[in-house]
Design a protein around this ligand. Structure first.
Ligand code: ADP
Length: 376
């Protein structure tokens, strides 16, 4: 049994009924019998068949060839022509319309079946080739975007590397030329400057490589089930040890955060960035709060500090690479941390917002959809 669906377009009712009963005997399903090209187009769109058997001379304003062309462009269904006219002109027009077969009336049941089967398999093969070509084109485009992104990062990064590198070179030269005439204190200060610049370059390299991985390789995203409250508690403990008691780090947890599907490495990147920013941009110390709210459909993470805040006019561009607010003064930074944070949030399918008041503090609010398994 074939079970393929066929639309019959034939303006002689008796012939149409005869073809329909022959097709049904052969195991095909007849979706509709129509007598005009216009009705054929409507029927093919509303009840798409696998194939159309189309008479060429029809009632109505358009003939079978025009109707077949429109059906092929709108619903991509193959058409086999059935006609009593075998003249060269009609044959030529039918050929040019991209027909999948041609049967001259009267025809035998066997001919009908063979022509239909050949048309169906040719159409399937063409569809598969088309899909493969589209996929290849999509992959090529994706590769192009990735390589554009890569070169964008490389050119941005080389620009950002220049500053600390110039500092290192200049201070090393000065030390070499005049170091012996400087006081111990001045020598120490210039060595410190070299160290700071090297540290800046190190941080840049680390941020860029994280960014490269999250952007270029989507396979980098591996959600697993974690106990989020425990995870955050441990993370805060480590930060607290590093920063001492000038700051107090507090965890507030609402809802059941024990079984949450997240990528823990990416999440660690995200929280480390936001917490260390909270500390870094609170030069006089203070309270930093990490608030978790695990709701049925989403997880809200908030990192709040009482630091220098962000001027209103700077808020909109801070998620772009190497952008920093105008009030950072001498606080060091690469302007890449928030780009990574945003990328991590996007990989989780979430959103990020900033609420901030200059001189009062900043809150980062992240909303992530709650997954119930690793895959969804
Ligand atoms: P950076 O390495 O410069 O800190 P980020 O991408 O992490 O880079 O942050 C971008 C900019 O956003 C920072 O330079 C700073 O101006 C601003 N910023 C980020 N977090 C805070 C915060 N908690 N308080 C005030 N400003 C912040």
């Amino acid at each position: 049994m074939s079970n393929e669906k066929i639309l019959i377009v034939e303006d002689e009712a008796i012939v149409a009924e005869d073809i329909a009963s022959r097709l049904e005997r052969m195991g095909y399903i007849v979706t509709d019998i129509v007598a005009s090209g216009e009705d054929a187009i409507i029927s093919a769109i509303t009840t798409p068949p696998d194939l159309v058997l189309m008479d060429i001379m029809l009632q109505g304003k358009i003939d079978g060839i025009t109707a077949a062309e429109q059906i092929y462009t709108t619903v991509k269904r193959p058409v086999v022509y059935l006609t009593a006219y075998g003249d060269e002109d009609t044959l030529q027009r039918a050929k040019l319309s991209g027909s999948f077969g041609y049967l001259l009336k009267p025809f035998h049941e066997r001919e009908l079946r063979v022509t239909i089967e050949i048309a169906l398999s040719r159409h399937q093969a063409e569809t598969e080739i088309q899909q493969a070509l589209e996929l290849a084109q999509m992959l090529r485009k994706e590769a192009e975007i990735q390589s554009q992104l890569k070169s964008q990062y490389i050119s941005l990064a080389s620009h950002e590397f220049r500053n600390p590198l110039t500092n290192i070179k200049a201070w090393a030269q000065l030390l070499q030329l005049y170091g012996h005439t400087w006081s111990e204190e001045k020598q120490q200060k210039s060595l410190e400057r070299i160290q700071i610049a090297a540290e800046q370059m190190n941080q840049l390299l680390e941020d860029i490589s994280t960014l490269g991985r999250t952007d270029i390789d989507k396979n980098f995203f591996h959600p697993v089930q974690i106990n989020l409250s425990q995870f955050c508690e441990n993370l805060l403990k480590i930060h607290q040890i590093m920063i001492g008691d000038k700051y107090s780090l507090t965890l507030i947890c609402e809802g059941n955060c024990e079984e949450i599907y997240l990528d823990e490495h990416l999440l660690a990147h995200l929280l480390n960035n936001l917490i260390s920013n909270g500390v870094k941009y609170s030069p006089h110390g203070g309270k930093i709060i990490l608030k978790l709210s695990c709701q049925e459909t989403e997880i809200i993470l908030q990192v709040q500090d009482q630091g220098i805040g962000i001027p209103q006019g700077d808020l909109h561009h801070l998620f772009e690479p190497f952008q920093r607010a105008t009030n950072v003064g001498s606080i060091p930074g690469t302007g890449l941390g928030l780009v990574i944070v945003k990328r991590v949030v996007e990989l989780h399918g979430g959103t990020i917002n900033i609420q901030s008041k200059e001189g009062k503090g900043t809150t980062f609010i992240i909303r992530l959809p709650r997954r119930s398994t690793i895959d969804n």
